[in-house]
Structure formats: C-alpha cells, structure tokens
Design a protein around this ligand. Structure first.
Ligand SMILES: *Cc1c(COP(=O)(O)O)cnc(C)c1O
Length: 480
C-alpha cells in the first residue's frame, strides 16, 4: 500500500507548481494583461463575431496537460474578443462594469492564500476586512451602529437575501403569502421579480405603483394603495424602491417613501445596486436623501465602485434581523461558535464557503484613497449631462427627462416612416460598427436608446466619439 501511495503522490505532486513554473505563469499572465490594457483604447466596445467563441470547445479537458501559451491564445481569440468589452470606456450600454486593476491583484492574492472567509474563527483578519467594507458602506448609506450586511456576488443575490430577511422578520406564514403585498414600480429590476419567486412569495401581490413623468414612484399613490390593501385585509409586506433604476436612472422619492413605510410599519428596501455609490457625491446625496430611512439596501461595488464583476452587497440597518434570518448551526462547525466580536459572513448569508470578496474592494480603496472614486463619479454625472445637452443639438432627437444620475435616454424621430423601426435599426448599426456600445429599451411601446455612463475609463473623448458615431449612423440611415 505504501508503494501505491508513493506512486500516487508522485503523480499528485504535479498539482503543485515550482518557483520556475510560477514565474513563467505569472509573467505570461501579466504580459497578457498588459497587452490587453495597453491596446484597450483602440479596441472596439463590441465585436459581432461569426464563431462567437466556439473555439473554446477545441480544447477539451483530457488527461494530458496543455501549454499555457496555447490557452492564452484561445482566451484572446475566443473569450476576450467576441461580444461586449465591459473593460472599455466606450461601453455605455446596460450598466457598465469596471475592472480596477488592484482588484485583480487582490483576487490573485486571495486565491493564492485562499483564506477561508466564511467564519471569523477561521480567518479573523480577512473577516475583519470584509466587515470593514460593510461598515464603510453602511456609513455611506447613513445606517447607525448595529447595522450589518453581507458581501454578495451581485445585486440580484443581495436583493434576494434582503427579501428573505423581510419575509422572516415579518413572521408571516406560508398560509399568509397570498395576502402579502410587495410595492414597487414597473421600473423595478427584474431580479426582484425572480427574488420574489425564489423567496416562495410567488403568490404574493406585486403592486406596481404609478410613476411621475420622471419615472419615479408616486408617494401619494403608494400610500393610497397601502391603505386600501390594509382595508381589504391584505398584508403590506415591503416597499422595494429603486435608487437609480437600471433602465432610466430614476431615483424614487426615498424620503417620502421612508416616512410612509414607518407610518404603516412595513419594511423599506432600497435597491441602490446601480446608484448607491453616487452617495459619495454631493449630487448623489441630494438625489438619495432619505435613503437612511430604509431598513435594508442593495449596493453593487461592481457597478459604482468600478470593481470587476462578482461584487454586490446587502446592507441591513438592524443587523440582528439579518442574523436571525440567515444563521444556522451545524455539528461539524461547533469549534467555530465561540463568542466573537465580529460577525461571520456565513451567519449573514446562505453561503458557507465563499470567495474572499472583501479584498478586491479593500485594496483599491486603500491604494487610491476615496477621493478619486468621488471625482470619477462626479465626472460620470457631468458627462451624462454633457451628452444630454449635446444630443439635443442633433435635429429630430427627442430626449427623456433630464438625467438624475448617469443614464440618459433618447430617440430619433424620422420625418417619414416608423420611429421604432428606425431606432432599432440605429442601435443595430451601432452594434455592428462596434466602436462604441449603447443599448436600447422600450417605454410604453416606444423604442429609446440609452446611454449609461459608469465605467471608470469613460471620459469626455469617449462621449464625443459616441456623439459622432450617432450622428454618422443617423445620417446613413436617413439616406437609405
Ligand atoms: C444591476 C442591477 C441589479 C442586479 O445586480 P447584479 O449585480 O447584476 O446581480 C439589481 N438592481 C438594479 C437597480 C441594478 O442596476
């Protein structure tokens, strides 16, 4: 048996790398990263490729090792080329992502050391780093001491956990679910509808409260609806407001909604996945006044803090409520249940083993300081206003309301022919061209194009390029 073990050990040791291996891997990887970043400004924002990355299947897993150069080559042609390039500053569709370099370094360090951040006992320092990130975001919202939270993979999961906490805290039973009511607007992010389903609340009533002409929830209509639901014997459960809707960038009147929630004793959740970090700016603070009245909030560092994808957060004003909803004990973890001064992420989320997500947020905040983040966010707000002003100088452009944050929407109204068909063609032209990326949406049957500015690499010259591409494509389509 020993001999057999020794032979297996010899083979298993292939999984460990030598100093030489590591040097070679890291040099090639950073070389790849450098080439990617140094050519980024010339790279298109979108590539409409024919093969759509199919080449990855030409490298099946097999028993034999492969060469790293060959794999990097495949990454380059099959992964980092086709489709959208979220690292590009010319990506101004959907809600753009970021990709701060220090976060990549943090992910590297987190993976090499592989600290276990599920429980404080296992990696107290790492858990402190995560809790520090949460505390910083809680301060940003204006939550008091005693607030808590969890670093999630994104806003969708944060909203889901938030809804489960609400459900558990309300004490309603399954037999009551069909009487429960959730209040939001038609502009709520669709992940909330999914969350309602996952939380078992599919039978609950979803009230989409009317919006004003800026696509913000009408607070008086909300109150009327709550009153009438109460009168009908329903159970008002929670208000899901948006602080920056994904589609249009509208901020619901949080201050008034907060008062209504308090008066009628229902949970108030703010989905600030997109807009939350604008709280670092004066304008954002003004727009989101009253956010501190909420009971919980979702915020996405992989949006407004420019982190790479994989970073969202749920914040809860009364930390106990989060803990009560999410903690659970297991026999095999008994050593970890010592009284600790810091909360363990595993007690505040459905996850147990998890990525050390805090490090990718902590490192850039430490290395850069907060100030450049604030400047970048203020810059994005101004760039959006700049675009909103300039686009109106193009004949026959019709714009939506003045942007509240960093989303603007508009459409071209041709003299002849169907406007919706024209704007669909326009967005297709832009995608086929690929130099810049915008997306489209529809509102009550009308097609609009959207500009969403949130990539930290988007600057004035990118907005100017977007404007000139738009002019060029409109001219082209008008001639046909
Ligand atoms: C992006 C977004 C979400 C979803 O977050 P993910 O991080 O993509 O899961 C939810 N709500 C709003 C308002 C968003 O902008």
């Amino acid at each position: 048996m020993e001999q057999q073990i020794k032979e297996l050990e010899r083979q298993a040791r292939q999984l460990e790398t030598t100093v030489q291996d590591r040097k070679s891997l890291i040099n090639k990887a950073t070389g790849y990263g450098e080439e990617f970043l140094n050519s980024l400004s010339e790279k298109p924002a979108y590539v409409n490729s024919e093969t759509m990355g199919k080449g990855v299947y030409e490298l099946p897993f097999d028993e034999k090792p492969k060469d790293f150069d060959q794999l990097l080559q495949a990454l380059k042609s099959e992964v980092d080329l086709p489709g959208l390039n979220p690292a590009s500053g010319k990506h101004a569709g959907y809600i753009p992502g970021g990709g701060l370099y220090p976060s990549a370094i943090a992910d590297y360090l987190a993976a090499v050391t592989n600290r276990y951040t599920g429980v404080f006992f296992s990696s107290p320092g790492a858990v402190r780093i995560e809790n520090m990130c949460i505390r910083w975001m809680n301060d940003l919202i204006g939550y008091p001491d005693g607030a808590s939270g969890n670093l999630t993979s994104g806003g969708s999961i944060a909203n889901l956990i938030g809804l489960v906490v609400t459900r558990d805290d309300s004490g309603i039973k399954a037999e009551d679910f069909s009487r429960a009511v959730i209040y939001t607007t038609q502009q709520v992010h669709h992940c909330v509808i999914k969350a309602i389903k996952f939380a078992g609340l599919g039978e609950a009533t979803l009230r989409t409260i009317p919006m004003d002409d800026h696509y913000r929830m009408k607070a008086d209509a909300l109150e009327e609806q709550i009153k009438s639901d109460k009168k009908d014997g329903r159970i008002p459960l929670t208000i899901f407001a948006s602080a920056g809707t994904t589609d249009l960038g509208a901020v619901d009147p949080l201050d008034e909604i907060g008062d209504i929630a308090e008066q009628h004793d229902l949970w108030f959740h703010v989905d600030a996945a997109y807009g939350g970090f604008f709280l670092l700016t004066e304008h954002g603070k003004e727009m989101m006044k009253g956010i501190e009245k909420s009971d919980s909030a979702t915020i996405d560092p992989h949006k407004g803090l420019f982190l790479p994808y994989g970073s969202g957060a749920l914040l809860v004003k009364d930390g106990e409520r989060l803990y009560e909803s999410q903690h659970m004990s297991a026999n095999y973890l008994q050593d970890t249940y010592k009284a600790t001064e810091e909360a363990s992420p595993a007690d505040l989320s459905p996850e147990l083993s998890k990525h050390f997500r805090g490090l990718r947020m902590w490192l850039p905040l430490q290395l850069f300081g907060v100030q450049p983040f604030r400047a970048a966010l203020d810059e994005k707000l101004l760039l959006t206003r700049y675009f909103y002003d300039k686009i109106q100088q193009i004949d026959s452009i019709e714009v939506g309301p003045e942007p509240e944050l960093s989303v603007a929407f508009f459409r071209y109204v041709p003299e002849n022919g169907d406007a919706n068909a024209f704007n669909k063609k326009l967005v297709n032209e832009i995608h086929n061209d690929g130099r810049v990326f915008l997306s489209s949406t529809h509102l009550n049957g009308t097609v609009y194009l959207r500009l969403a500015v949130l990539n930290f690499r988007t600057h004035l010259e990118d907005i100017d390029l977007i404007l000139s591409v738009l002019r060029e494509k409109i001219r082209k389509l008008e001639v046909i």
